[in-house]
Design a protein around this ligand. Sequence first.
Ligand SMILES: [Ca+2]
Length: 233
Amino acid sequence: MKKTMAIILVLLMLLTPLGAGALTRAQVGTDVSGFSSTDLDGKTIKGNVFASYDVSIVCYFAMWSSRCLSQLELLQQVHEAHSEYGVFGMLLVDSTSTAELAKQYFDEKGYTFTVFLVDSVWKSVVEQSVFIPQSHIVSSDGVIVESWQATFSSAAKIEERLALCAGGTAAPDGDVNNDGKTDATDALIILRMAMEIIDVTPYALAHGDMDGSGKLEPADALIVLRMSMGIII
Ligand SMILES: [Ca+2]
């Protein structure tokens, strides 16, 4: 039985592409403490800013994307509720997404969290994905511990990820991609992490370590696959 399940898992892994929300190996683990840029008022901001917080979220956004603008409202909510977390917007700059436009928008909306312009250090990170917005959670020493290539549906979702990255715990429910369902996609992500194809993130470990062993293993993927098939609840 175990062998059969393992074969099914491997076949699924080979055949199923991971969609938005997939974690890229190259972004997680990147040291961005050397970044240097300016905020919307032209003030210098550098990588040492992360040292003031348990963890920080940096959301890469463009003014021409309504999907991005919807995230700013959520980020403001997190910023107001949690002084222990750094909340930063990082602006894509082009002819229709300028610092002036962003400043005007933030003033109109009453948003108060810091926005800085993407610099060369961050550019090498964000260019690895075509998705925007993308959010990166950064440790106090300036290393990316989690990257999220999808929109968040609520401030609570952002807060949960930040709490886990800051060392919090969660009940393992198998939903490692945080889409509200436990299904074969989650099993695949766990398997890929167990095989070191993609990096294990704090969020995935908290939600996917089904047997409580402290790490993600094929056994966890099997449990999640069985849950998704209704074999165990
Ligand atoms: Ca899921």
